[in-house]
Design a protein around this ligand. Structure first.
Ligand SMILES: Cc1cc2nc3c(=O)[nH]c(=O)nc-3n(C[C@H](O)[C@H](O)[C@H](O)COP(=O)(O)OP(=O)(O)OC[C@H]3O[C@@H](n4cnc5c(N)ncnc54)[C@H](O)[C@@H]3O)c2cc1C
Length: 565
């Protein structure tokens, strides 16, 4: 039988230590709730504290009059795919939440003047967060003052345990890959997005969608999973460096190896190259909703045709470095510290997976519909729809982190711990992985390690080519078949014997499930809308004015339903 190393009891288990996990943990601890914060890597990690970016912005409602305008901005961009109630909460509460950054050790500096955030039609206040190492130090020292808040780093949540119709705890794989059982009154998932399921992405490796699978398997629903943001990322001179799209205002063209414009062949009549680049300079992620879409479509179609992933060269004008606006200088100086000069160096870019608009379906308190289970931050399908306004994700971590904590405090006060036996925990792990057939020759440890890496890398490659900016029926269907083949090739039962490789096997298992969910969602939506572009259905279609919900039945079948919710 599986050996459980130890058992821990807590009021609330918080999973993830990005902005949302940190915010919710602090709020809970302030209310004398006992918190265990578990994080895959270290404290202050995830996309929130990704070292290869200069700063993060938070968009804040200007004043009372701006509330309606801000809501309208969100609604217009969402192409009907957002939730009005969540957006309303955001717009009303973000001005107060932004003042609370300092309480969690985050210095948020208001940008001089007002600016239009990515995709926003109106200017409003933007707060910039930066200096990730300092934040980490601050969080450690703030959290160190609480007796009721403990932290487990390099630990993952493997599965959630439900009893009596509610979440009762979880099983962890600790830093030594041993099983730890947690009894908790409630679990708050703050595990972020899933960008690292793509070969080229701008997320750290710990942002891998495991929370989506945890939530789905516990009975929560996912929605809007087909809306994934892809933004151009720098491939050369320093791979995976964040690209500031605002600099495209000073760009003359994007060219291939031979110096030929890749944009020219894709521009429709009436749209000049300069117009296309100017519109593209106003937003980071690709969207079908604006005529700048040809920029990203041109890149991706070239990559699909040539399989050349080196990226495309940008031709900048000198004037770029004459712009003294803070928004430019902060970014250009940050590049300078990394020895990158946009005019003097050869700069190449390609589409990188960036952030997910969809995720776990929640109410305005982060409740998932499963008793005792909350989802916050990028993991949840929050205020965004088919497109997401820039600067709302960080803000949503603060707004919904606070609200989830408020509700969870009340929930824990009227809830008791439920005992979970070692046998129950062991049975659940065995059900997840199935036992290795002892009659078979156990494959060599190295061989299994290799196989697991092959599966993970295979999925990343498939997702990057077929679940990227340009999608079509043929590519998506063949991608699903390829993933199924990879699934059949992996012997998950070896998980038990292979202690060293357990975390990677969990990742492979989750990737196999999540990739099929993503590809199927993209396949089901036979239209183009926002971040979802179908080469074979290039228009938005009225019959798809519905959101795509994903749930899991008792027998673990995944179901997809378009619903007008
Ligand atoms: C390059 C880039 C630029 C961005 N710019 C902006 C911006 O300017 N403005 C804006 O609003 N948003 C921006 N975003 C999006 C924003 O950063 C994220 O949506 C937000 O920070 C997510 O925070 P989070 O707490 O939900 O998740 P994350 O910060 O991603 O944290 C997830 C945490 O969960 C942990 N974890 C995951 N799975 C498990 C598991 N199974 N067990 C234990 N721990 C687990 C991870 O280790 C990590 O600690 C940007 C994103 C990127 C990548």
């Amino acid at each position: 039988m599986v050996k459980i190393k130890s058992k821990v009891q807590t009021d609330v288990l918080v999973v993830g230590s990005g902005l949302s996990g940190i915010k919710v943990s602090k709020e809970l601890a302030d209310q004398n709730v006992k918190v265990l914060l578990v994080t895959k890597m270290q404290i202050a990690s995830g996309s929130s504290f990704y070292p290869l970016k200069a700063s993060l912005g938070t968009q804040v409602t200007k004043d009372e009059q701006d509330e309606e305008i801000f809501l309208h901005d969100i609604e217009k961009l969402s192409r009907g795919m957002h939730r009005h109630d969540l957006a309303e909460v955001y717009v009303n509460e973000i001005p107060d939440r932004v003042k609370e950054y300092q309480d969690i050790g985050v210095h948020a500096k208001k940008l001089e003047g007002e600016r239009k955030a990515c995709f926003a039609e109106h200017e409003r206040d933007i707060y910039l967060l930066s200096d990730w190492d300092q934040i980490r130090e601050n969080v450690r020292s703030i959290f160190g003052t609480y007796d009721n808040l403990s932290i487990m780093e390099k630990t993952i949540v493997l599965t959630l345990i439900k009893k009596d119709g509610r979440v009762a705890g979880a099983i962890l794989l600790d830093e030594n890959n041993e099983f730890v059982m947690v009894e908790a009154k409630a679990v708050i998932l703050a595990t972020g997005g899933f960008g690292s399921i793509y070969k080229h992405n701008l997320n750290p490796n710990d942002v891998d969608g495991s929370g989506h699978i945890l939530a789905l398997e516990a009975g929560a629903r996912l929605v809007n999973m087909e809306y994934i943001q892809f933004i151009p990322g720098i491939t050369t001179p320093k791979y995976k460096t964040l690209f500031g799209e605002h600099t495209l205002m000073y760009c003359d063209d994007i060219v291939d190896e031979a110096g030929n414009s890749i944009l020219d062949p894709f521009l429709p009549e009436g749209l000049s190259k300069q117009e296309c680049l100017e519109i593209r300079s106003t937003h980071g992620p690709f969207t079908h909703s604006l005529s700048s879409k040809y920029f990203d479509i041109a890149m991706m179609k070239n990559i699909i045709a040539t399989h050349n992933e080196d990226g495309f060269r940008l031709l900048y004008r000198d004037e770029l470095y004459e712009n003294q606006e803070e928004f430019y200088t902060v970014y250009l100086n940050w590049l300078k510290e990394r020895n990158i000069h946009l005019v003097e160096d050869e700069i190449r870019i390609a589409p990188f997976a960036h952030a997910s608009n969809g995720g776990v379906y929640i109410d305005t308190y982060g409740r998932t519909g499963v008793n005792g289970l909350y989802a916050i931050g990028e993991l949840s399908c929050n205020i965004e729809g088919a497109n997401r306004l820039g600067g709302n994700s960080t803000g949503a971590c603060m707004v919904f982190g606070k609200r989830a904590a408020m509700d969870c405090v009340q929930y824990t006060r009227k809830t008791d711990l439920i005992e979970i036996t070692e046998n129950e925990a062991a049975a659940q792990i065995e059900k997840m992985f199935g036992f290795h057939n002892p009659g078979k020759n156990l494959l060599q440890e190295n061989h299994i390690e290799q196989k697991v890496h092959q599966v993970i890398d295979g999925i990343k490659e498939i997702m990057w080519y077929h679940g990227n900016v340009v999608r079509d029926e043929e590519g998506l269907s063949s991608a699903i078949e390829e993933i199924k083949k990879l699934e059949a090739s992996l012997e998950l039962g070896a998980f038990f014997e292979q202690q060293r490789n357990r975390k990677q096997m969990v990742k492979a298992r989750n990737f196999l499930k999540l990739s099929q969910i993503l590809l199927t969602s993209m396949l089901e939506r036979r239209e183009s809308r926002g971040a979802h572009y179908r080469e074979d259905y290039q228009e938005e279609r009225e019959e798809y004015n519905k959101r795509l919900f994903i749930s899991m039945t008792e027998d673990e079948t995944i179901e997809y339903h378009f619903l007008a919710q």
